[in-house]
Design a protein around this ligand. Structure first.
Ligand code: EPU
Length: 425
């Protein structure tokens, strides 16, 4: 029996929302806790499936993990295994973040290529080149990567691409290495900066995080910390886009506008009214049913986030005029297009570029959530459509959006989570 979402669309979303802690930032914080033998407490962890999967990965290498609502406690007094099982690693991309801590703490890490959304090739060369530069020997045994080092020594490391997880993994290993590491062309995403801040609170010596040049001076050991994950900027963006698509009026109380300049500037171009409130922390969007098409490129931070590409495309199906979205981060981000077409959208998948002829009314039908953000796109499509939309494969949405149904209902949507009865079940 699988769950599906039933959306009766055509109602403007209205109201206020406090979004959860960052999905990706929370996962990096959990992995960072593996760098110390002392207990770590992390607050504001989102209640999503990926957190449970990451906890299982940590337990498999010897961590004691307790989750109580939005708080997770991780204690890894000793690493009992430096090789998490393949089936756990396959559940999510962030599982590969155990490599840096395992290598730094035990001198050896073994991990299969991780799973996660099917949104492109997603190689690991940036992670592995970084470990090599710190002195690790990398080999491949069967389906796993093996990194071994008697000791790790800081170096100047240029990343071929500012990979987010690659930057975090290399930063983890460098934190406990000898001497200073400089990461050039580092990812500047706020979640990378957040976890660097957490590591500093654990006794690390990192600066430059939040920019493309990060300096890490290694320390002997890290201590425990109590840390709070920052709000999820992608969740914020998703609800704002749902508000705009439905001609609604939405306020995200903890919206962190400084991390969403790229989205807010696109809202201005579209003719959507944006207000920043509550000591500059909150974001309100109010949209008339008419807003305009735009051109945008999804690029690394501070550019427009690839994770908001699909939700933005869904919203632009309701804009007046033609829009284009050029995806420059992943090479398979556009699978969602087929699902928006099912809803009647005039949208063409040109590989890395999507062209949308907006302003066409959407009509409810059955669609699939193909990955986390493709799922968000069909939710927005269903909310903007007339009639009933059934969304299948919502386990992808459960990986990234906490309390989705409840939050949408609170904003005035007519959404229900239902059980799918499969013949023979
Ligand atoms: N890349 C390489 N070599 C590497 C690693 C990446 O060439 O070693 C390339 C990828 O092929 C891709 C690009 O770099 O074309 C970007 O990948 P990146 O490594 O930056 O992405 P990631 O770290 O695997 C994280 C988030 C994604 C988010 C991206 C970009 C997690 C668990 N995932 O992935 O989040 O889209 O950064 O911001 O943190 C999501 O939340 O839905 C999601 C997919």
């Amino acid at each position: 029996m699988n769950d599906y979402l039933l959306v009766n669309g055509g109602r403007p979303l209205k109201g206020e929302l406090i979004v959860s802690g960052s999905k990706n930032g929370g996962l990096y914080a959990i992995a960072a806790a593996l760098l110390t033998a002392s207990p770590v407490t992390i607050h504001n962890i989102p209640e999503i499936a990926d957190v449970l999967e990451m906890a299982a990965v940590c337990r498999s290498i010897g961590s004691q993990v307790e989750i109580d609502g939005n708080t997770i406690q991780i204690h890894t007094p000793a690493i009992l295994s430096n090789s998490p099982p393949n089936d756990l690693v396959a559940a999510l991309r962030a599982s590969f973040l155990v490599m840096g801590p395992l290598l730094a703490r035990t001198g050896e890490a073994i991990c299969a290529s991780p799973g996660g959304d099917v949104i492109g090739v997603r190689p690991l060369d940036v992670h592995l080149a970084g470990f090599r530069a710190l002195g690790a020997e990398i080999t491949q045994e069967e389906s796993s990567w093996v990194a071994k080092a008697k000791s790790l020594t800081g170096d100047r490391i240029f990343l071929d691409y500012p990979s987010v997880l690659g930057t975090v993994n290399v930063m983890f290993a460098a934190t406990l290495s000898i001497g200073t590491t400089t990461i050039i062309n580092a990812a500047a995403e706020p979640e990378v900066a957040m976890v660097a801040e957490m590591l500093n609170q654990m006794g690390a010596n990192i600066n430059g995080h939040g920019t493309s040049l990060i300096n890490i001076t290694g320390v002997k050991e890290l201590h425990g910390v109590e840390f709070e994950v920052k709000p999820d900027r992608i969740e914020t963006g998703t609800y704002l886009l749902a508000g705009v698509a439905t001609g609604g009026d939405i306020s995200i109380i903890n919206g962190q506008p400084k991390e969403l300049d790229s989205l807010l500037s696109k809202f201005n171009e579209m003719g959507v009214k944006v207000e920043i409130f509550s000591s500059m922390e909150g974001i309100r969007v109010s949209a008339l049913k008419t807003f305009h098409g735009i051109a945008l490129q999804a690029v690394p931070y501070p550019g427009f986030p690839t994770d908001l590409h699909a939700p933005m495309a869904a919203t632009l199906t309701q804009a007046i005029g033609v829009s284009t979205i050029h995806e420059r981060v992943f090479d398979n981000r556009t699978a969602y297009v087929s699902q928006l077409r099912q809803l009647g959208a005039k949208i063409i998948d040109g590989g890395q570029t999507v062209i949308i002829d907006g302003g066409v009314p959407l009509i409810g039908t059955s669609v699939r959530a193909l990955d986390i953000r493709a799922g968000a796109a069909v939710v927005i499509g269903g909310l903007a459509a007339t009639g009933t939309t059934k969304i299948f494969d919502i386990e992808h949405l459960d990986r990234g959006y906490a309390h989705l149904t409840e939050r949408l209902v609170n904003l005035g949507a007519d959404v229900k989570r239902c059980k799918e009865h499969i013949i023979g079940d």
